[in-house]
Design a protein around this ligand. Structure first.
Ligand SMILES: C[S@@+](CC[C@H](N)C(=O)[O-])C[C@H]1O[C@@H](n2cnc3c(N)ncnc32)[C@H](O)[C@@H]1O
Length: 186
C-alpha cells in the first residue's frame, strides 16, 4: 500500500491519526493571520438562500463562514472523502449550532448528487491534492452545477492556474477575486 492510500483511505488508525494531525494544523488559530475564511468565501460570489456544495471541507475551516453567508434559507453540503474530516466538520457544525449544513462523506470526483443540484461548488484548499484529478473533479462539478452556476477554486499553491479545469468542461472564466478563481457553467 502506498503512503497516499495509507493516509487517505481512512482505514488505518495510524493513517487516521496522521490525517487528524494535518487537520489540526489546518485549523490552527495562526492560520487566521494568513487566510481570512469569510473574506475568501465572499470572494467566491455566493449569496444568501443558495444551495452550495463544499468539496474537501477538511476540519471545516471554511464551513461556518459559508453557512453564515448562505443564511437560514440557504443550504450547504459540506463533504469530504475522509471519515476523520467528516467527523471533525460535524463536531464544528454542532459546536457552532449551524442548522443549514449537512455534512457527508463524498468523493468529489464521483458524488452521489443529482445533475444541476447546486448554485455554487467551492473547492477551497484542495487542489492540487495528491489523490485528486483536477480534470475529473471539474467534470463532476460541471455536472452538479445549475446552468450559470459558479465553480470557485482557492489554492495556496503559487502560480496554480485553472487551465485544466477550463479544458475539462464548458466553463467561462470570470475575473478572479482575492485569489479565488471563478468559473461559470456556460
Ligand atoms: C488540505 S485539506 C484542506 C481542507 C479545507 N478545505 C481547508 O482549506 O482547511 C484537503 C481536503 O480535501 C479532501 N479531499 C481530497 N481529495 C478529495 C476528494 N476526491 N473528494 C473529497 N475530498 C477530498 C481531503 O480529505 C482533505 O480533507
Amino acid at each position: 500500500m502506498g503512503i497516499k492510500q495509507f493516509i487517505f483511505d481512512g482505514k488505518s488508525q495510524t493513517g487516521n491519526n496522521i490525517f487528524g494531525k494535518m487537520l489540526s494544523w489546518l485549523d490552527s488559530p495562526l492560520r487566521l493571520k494568513y487566510d481570512d475564511p469569510m473574506q475568501l468565501v465572499k470572494a467566491a460570489g455566493i449569496f444568501p438562500g443558495q444551495k452550495v456544495l463544499e468539496i474537501g471541507c477538511g476540519s471545516g475551516f471554511f464551513t461556518p463562514s459559508i453557512a453564515r453567508l448562505l443564511g437560514e434559507n440557504g443550504e450547504l453540503y459540506a463533504t469530504d472523502l475522509h471519515p476523520v474530516a467528516v467527523q471533525e466538520t460535524r463536531k464544528k457544525v454542532e459546536a457552532f449550532n449551524l442548522h443549514n449544513v449537512i455534512v457527508q462523506m463524498e468523493d468529489g470526483m464521483h458524488t452521489g448528487f443529482a445533475d444541476a443540484s447546486f448554485d455554487s461548488v467551492l473547492l477551497f484548499g484542495v487542489v492540487p491534492a495528491p489523490v485528486i484529478s483536477t480534470s475529473l473533479i471539474s467534470k463532476e462539478i460541471y455536472r452538479l452545477l445549475k446552468p450559470g452556476g459558479i465553480y470557485a477554486i482557492w489554492t495556496k499553491i503559487p502560480f496554480w492556474s485553472p487551465s485544466e479545469a477550463l479544458k475539462a468542461a464548458a466553463f467561462e472564466r470570470l475575473p478572479d477575486q482575492k485569489g479565488v478563481f471563478r468559473l461559470r457553467k456556460c
